[in-house]
Design a protein around this ligand. Structure first.
Ligand code: ARG
Ligand code: GLU
Length: 720
């Protein structure tokens, strides 16, 4: 009896461990009807899966675009108006900014189509349809193939498949691997390349709170900007032309002015970049114990150097603002990730899951044969990976922050193209890249970065091999890295932008001769060769093995946990995630509400501050409670949080209500829950959205661009 009870109890616990949780998952839109619709409806959704994805009639997916390949956007008017985040449109905003027309500081609003500004290189991509092509892609693949044989078979199959795919001549297609290469889907796409800037709030709204508030809740950022898709006269994709016309979409989102209440259903539709939900516990353990900490430590140093200069020099502040934001964005996220993984005992949970897996595998002869040693093999591969992965992170972090190395890397590319027929194209690219780089470069800051980061690098390499060139330099500099850095920078001219760019224009042969003789180039080459010989060769071999094991483990999990509905890791393809609006408890005795208001902006307001200044007009609107149709009960909603499972790339994704109306714009996650890329936990994982009413309040009441609101379809689903 006791034994029976014990079995029952174990069975029950297993069910809890393996049950798909309501809010976790980034689901494929074409599979919603099959896998999710029932649950979505039970959570409050009032539309059907075919309203979300349908290839025979306009559906919500036809209003969603991949914005520039790195963010998401959505069509919000019948004239091709697109909404995305301020930080997604920032490059465009920055490119058109001058000292006189500073759109970063003051914002920008086109008063008519004629004032909308084209953006070279910017594109948006619609997904026309998604087909399961696993059978065709995996045809001829078998278990006895090596990784490279397997890959070349797959590549051949994909190439043939892409050619034979039925599509219009203005459409394109690509194939992506899912579930670590156990499944493949084909995407037919339409890409529009004439995308014009329509409007952006000032940074004091669009990036309110800057790095201090980044990844944090409670949040008060109006993180949005607007663009318009232009098409040829036939409404089809066309290269930029003054004659192009605003695109008429198959579908544009209706906008709800009713907001959301706690527990309301929401879903987020977009292009999440990368997650790692099905790792072995040893991989998670390494992230927490080794990889995240070393990357954070290196960035601590880099940020301290840059920050000190930005504070005392206005030019450096402008030059390094975007670099600083980029370095600090991941730096802060990783800290949240470590915190969250530790707090929720992600490693312990994975171990429990693996124990169940092993038990089930052992109980089934076929599985035992196929998967019996899988976990042990993965564990030992990760043991091998640990020191290599650490060296890789140190190398990548240090090398990418010292821009003298980036410059040398560019000249390296140029040098290896010498005498080849792609030389002119390479020269053009390298020149552009160097021009961009030097515009935001200060040799003194770079020298300080070199000193701080190379010291870390050197100390770290003590564990392994130090190339002779580096050992020499360190010895000559008496182990004093300020002195060493000074010697390196005094003896190179590559840190001089004017000189180098002039040489690029004048005589690249001479430039390349000089670059080859440069001491810094010698150091660069020694470090790269050392890395390649002592780390990357072995690393690639182990990583290949891990990929193969992980692919088997993925299939094994799907075989062994039949009761669980699996979703594939994010891979920058279109996904739907859904969850309810909800606050959370970040730590003992603290409870976070799910909504913020303009009152909170005024609480954070610091006159003249770089991060927390508030434009005068907003202060006046606040004082007069002049919120138009966008306020609620005398208050102006700003941001809200929900349990949607999102990641980088979901920036700019629409948050939709139960009816599919736009209620918010996704732009961030709450710090305590950034570990959702590895281990989603419903108690603390929250995505952050700006309320669409705040967006419209800024457009209409603040910027006086009400003509844009007139293009949109506003609805009141809660007024029945
Ligand atoms: N954390 C958000 C996203 O990852 C927003 C980043 C932009 N904002 C900033 N202050 N850096 O990537
Ligand atoms: N800000 C992120 C982005 O640029 C979204 C936040 C997240 O990582 O969830 O995509």
């Amino acid at each position: 009896m006791i034994k029976y009870l014990k079995h029952l109890l174990v069975g029950f616990c297993l069910l809890i461990i393996t049950m798909a949780r309501a809010d976790e998952g980034m689901w494929l839109p074409q599979l919603l009807a099959q896998l999710n619709e029932k649950q979505m409806k039970s959570m409050g959704m009032k539309i059907s899966a075919s309203d979300i994805y349908n290839i025979n009639k306009g559906s919500l997916k036809d209003a969603i675009v991949s914005f520039g390949g790195f963010c998401t956007g959505e069509v919000i008017s019948s004239k091709g108006l697109v909404l995305t985040n301020h930080h997604c449109g920032f490059d465009a905003i920055q490119n058109h900014s001058t000292l006189d027309n500073n759109y970063i500081r003051d914002g920008f609003w086109a008063r008519n189509n004629g004032e909308e500004i084209p953006n070279k290189g910017l594109f948006v991509t619609f997904i026309v349809r998604i087909d399961d092509v696993s059978k065709k892609v995996l045809a001829g693949v078998n278990g006895s193939m090596s990784e490279s044989e397997r890959q070349s078979t797959i590549d051949k199959n994909i190439a043939a498949l892409r050619k034979e795919t039925k599509q219009e001549n203005y459409q394109d297609n690509f194939v992506r691997a899912f579930f670590e290469g156990n499944q493949y889907f084909l995407f037919v796409t339409e890409t529009y390349r004439d995308i014009r800037l329509v409007g952006a709030p000032p940074s004091s709204v669009g990036n309110f709170g800057k790095d201090s508030d980044n990844w944090m809740w409670p949040r008060h950022t109006g993180d949005f900007s607007m663009f318009r898709i232009y098409a040829g006269k036939d409404n089809k994709p066309a290269e930029y032309s003054a004659d192009n016309i605003p695109y008429t979409p198959k579908k544009s989102l209706s906008i709800s002015l009713d907001g959301v209440a706690e527990n309301d259903f929401t879903m987020v539709f977009g292009f999440p970049g990368r997650t790692m939900q099905y790792l072995h516990s040893s991989a998670v353990d390494q992230t927490v114990r080794v990889n995240d900490p070393i990357k954070i430590a290196i960035r601590d140093k880099a940020l301290a150097v840059i920050d000190a200069y930005m504070r005392k020099d206005e030019t450096i502040k402008i030059q390094y603002a975007s670099k600083y934001a980029g370095i600090s964005n991941s730096w802060k996220k990783w800290q949240g990730e470590v915190l969250g993984l530790t707090k929720t005992d992600a490693v312990g949970k994975k171990k429990a899951y693996e124990a169940t897996f092993q038990k089930r595998v052992n109980a089934n002869p076929e599985w035992k044969n196929k998967y019996g040693s899988l976990l042990a093999d993965i564990q030992s591969a990760y043991d091998e990976l640990e020191p290599l992965g650490r060296s890789r992170d140190v190398f990548n972090e240090v090398f990418s922050k010292i821009e003298l190395f980036t410059i040398i890397g560019q000249l390296n590319t140029l040098a290896s193209a010498q005498g080849k027929n792609n030389y002119d194209a390479t020269l053009k690219r390298v020149k552009e890249r160097l021009e961009d780089l030097y515009k935001e470069y200060n040799a003194e800051v770079d020298e300080k970065l070199f000193a701080a980061l190379m010291e870390m690098f050197y100390e770290d390499q003590q564990r392994g091999m130090i190339p002779e060139t580096l050992a020499d330099i360190v010895k000559k500099g008496d182990n004093d890295f300020s002195k060493i850095a000074k010697q390196v920078y005094d003896n190179t001219s590559l840190d001089n932008g004017e000189k180098t760019l002039a040489a690029v224009d004048k005589d690249t042969k001479e430039l390349l001769e000089n670059y080859r003789k440069d001491k810094a180039t010698e150091l660069y080459a020694a470090l790269v060769t050392n890395y390649s010989d002592n780390v990357s060769k072995k690393l690639n071999e182990v990583q290949n093995r891990i990929n193969q094991l992980q692919r088997t483990y993925m299939q094994a999990q799907m075989d062994v946990f039949k009761e669980k509905t699996f979703y594939p890791d994010a891979n920058s393809t279109l996904r739907v995630t859904y969850g309810n609006v909800k606050g959370y408890n970040p730590r003992d005795a603290v409870k976070y509400d799910y909504y913020t208001y303009l009152d909170g902006i005024m609480e954070k307001y610091k006159p003249g501050d770089y991060e927390f200044d508030v434009p005068e007009k907003i202060r006046t609107l606040y004082k007069n409670k002049d919120f138009g149709q966008y306020g609620k009960n005398g208050k102006m909603p700003v941001c809200f949080i929900a349990m949607n499972h999102t990641t980088g790339g979901n920036s700019g994704s629409p948050a939709l209500d139960a009816y599919g109306n736009l209620v918010g714009l996704n732009f961030d996650r709450a710090w305590e829950g950034t570990m959702s890329d590895i281990n989603y936990d419903p108690s603390i994982c929250r995505n952050i959205m700006v309320d669409i009413r705040y967006v419209l309040f800024i457009v209409d009441k603040y910027a006086g661009a009400g003509h844009l609101v007139k293009e949109m379809k506003l609805v009141h689903p809660k007024r029945k």
